[in-house]
Design a protein around this ligand. Structure first.
Ligand code: MV4
Length: 518
């Protein structure tokens, strides 16, 4: 095992990697920008080095500097986390060339999966089903029209260099082709520096299901079942779960074997994820492979009972996977909500400021993977994801209830967050039934963000606001030393209907705010 590892990231994933290292007995080096000097990941690591000014391109994205720091401090490996340099083949190669270990796949595997057209070719040659379409970029609109005629409308134009939804355009008829092509080209060029576009048949109303794979350097490739990205907005995932309501044990085995075949064909090592579309008839199609640890990896950890980040590090140090495929069947249900500094009531506008107060949910089956604390400044330099709230329960209905309960316990004061949005999703009957597709949110969003609070809730909120204001003025009447008052208030809260009752939720929040003291 490594003696020391450099964590080339920030926020919750940097902390996640540091925690894995602590449990493995590996010392850690954190890197940070000037904006992150007092961030939790800096404090929790054994050593920390400032690598530049706040903009990522001058700090977290300067690969040579990260490698130089690793060498100078005697770290043997670099964990890239997700985002930043995690899927840059040149960085994986530079780390290797510097005599260090990249905790991730070989540069060649990142390259093989980086081009969507090359990945499709690779998948086809490995017998993996892909969406009908081309495996090469076309040259002009006439060629695109001929291909669309062949597959039938609607078709989807996609960036060859792309992924994650950028440079995508739906084309519903020949008349739309020319404009859509120009737009897709422009967006691809801007996002990836390459305007090559190819065509796929557009699959209507699919579900987004992905398979976690784990491969060691000894030729063992396993899959750890599926996750479903149940709720997403403009290609940003918001809620993920494992397993998927749409995947039977038989389908899991088939999709898993397919993901393993794709990983083998790419010479894949370490943790990776194959993304699929699952259509209404149960047909699945390989979309792309993410060659990194993903944000949503905890839901797989909880239902499969292993630590994926620790296994990433063990694999990178040459360890052999000691598992057999049949050891992996999902146990219970896990759901993850991404807590972001975005205001759902305001078109998910980013919110900035100081986190004045933070109360974290705890109790049975609750996990918080966060990168913030009271006093943290949330700015605009980095991704708005502050933390992930993850729950595990015996089944989906109980997991939804548990997530609702945990979200009620969560208080983040000082900035707007996605918390209220997640509460309303957990309360939604269609979400509770699992009756959702990729498009569910776009159709349901207005109802979720315009929900009016109950009159009773407004009254309780007003009382809470008055109590908090009073406490802030220095009055202590609302807080300590009033055992009777507290007891009476608690009884009162319990007498209201159920945990899903809006008024009771407000009442609990009001009590917490009023009684926590200042
Ligand atoms: C598709 C599709 C329908 N048909 N491809 C979007 C992100 C990228 N990974 C692929 N995406 C899609 N590809 C065909 N042929 C629908 C989507 C899609 C989507 C996929 C995953 C997660 C969210 C999505 C939201 C809209 C569309």
């Amino acid at each position: 095992m490594f003696g020391k590892l450099l964590v080339a990231n920030r926020g919750e994933i940097a902390l996640r990697v540091i925690r894995a290292c602590q449990e493995l007995g590996v010392r850690t080096v954190a890197v940070y920008s000037e904006a992150d000097a007092r961030a939790p990941h800096v404090r929790e690591a054994d050593e920390a080095v400032c690598i530049g000014p706040p903009p990522s391109r001058d700090s977290y994205l300067v690969g040579e500097r990260l490698i130089e720091v690793a060498q100078r401090l005697g770290a043997e490996a670099i964990h890239p986390g997700y985002g930043f340099l995690s899927e840059r083949a040149w960085f994986a190669r530079a780390v290797r060339d510097a005599g260090l270990v990249f905790v991730g796949p070989p540069a060649e595997a990142i390259e093989a999966m980086g081009s969507k057209t090359a990945a499709r070719q690779l998948a086809i040659s490995a017998g993996v089903p892909v969406v009908p379409g081309t495996t090469e970029a076309f040259n002009d609109a006439n060629e695109a029209l001929a291909i669309a005629e062949q597959f039938g409308y609607p078709v989807l134009l996609k960036a060859a260099a792309g992924g994650g939804g950028k440079g995508m355009r739906i084309v519903r008829s020949a008349a739309e082709m020319s404009d859509a092509l120009d737009a897709a080209r422009r967006e691809s060029k801007n996002s990836f520096g390459d305007d090559a576009v190819y065509v796929e048949k557009y699959i209507e109303g699919p579900r987004h299901v992905e398979i976690q794979v784990l491969a060691d350097t000894h030729g063992n490739v396993l899959h750890l079942g599926e996750r479903e990205c149940s709720v997403q907005r403009r290609h940003q995932k918001m809620i993920e779960e494992a397993p998927s309501v749409a995947v039977s044990p038989e389908l899991r085995a088939r999709m898993g074997a397919t993901a393993v075949a794709a990983a083998r064909a790419a010479g894949y090592v370490n943790a990776g994820t194959c993304e699929f579309l699952l259509d209404r008839d149960g047909q699945f199609y390989f979309l792309e492979m993410n060659t990194r640890i993903q944000v949503e990896h905890p839901v797989t950890e909880l239902v499969m009972g292993l630590d994926l980040v620790q296994w990433q590090i063990r694999i990178a140090s040459g360890e052999k996977l000691p598992f057999e495929q049949r050891a992996f069947t999902p146990r219970g249900w896990a759901i993850e909500c991404r807590i972001t500094s975005e205001d759902p009531a305001n078109g998910f506008l980013p919110s900035t400021g100081r986190i004045d107060y933070l109360h974290l949910p705890t109790g049975p089956g609750v996990r918080w993977d966060g990168g913030i604390e009271a006093g943290s400044e949330v700015g605009l330099h980095y991704d708005p994801m502050l933390a992930k709230l993850i729950v595990h329960a015996p089944n989906r209905a109980l997991a939804v209830q548990r997530m609702h309960r945990a979200l009620l316990e969560l208080t983040i004061a000082g900035i707007e967050t996605s918390r209220g949005f997640h509460l309303r999703v957990m309360e939604h009957p269609e979400f509770q039934r699992g009756d959702i597709s990729i498009q569910w949110l776009e159709q349901t969003l207005p109802a979720l963000t315009q929900a009016k609070p109950l009159p009773e809730s407004v009254r309780i909120a007003a009382i809470a606001a008055a109590l908090v204001a009073d406490a802030e003025r220095g009055g202590r009447r609302a807080s300590g030393g009033q055992a009777n008052g507290e007891h009476r208030a608690t009884q009162d809260a319990n007498s209201s209907k159920g945990s899903h009752d809006g008024a009771s939720a407000w009442r609990a929040a009001a009590l917490r705010e009023a009684l926590r003291g200042h």
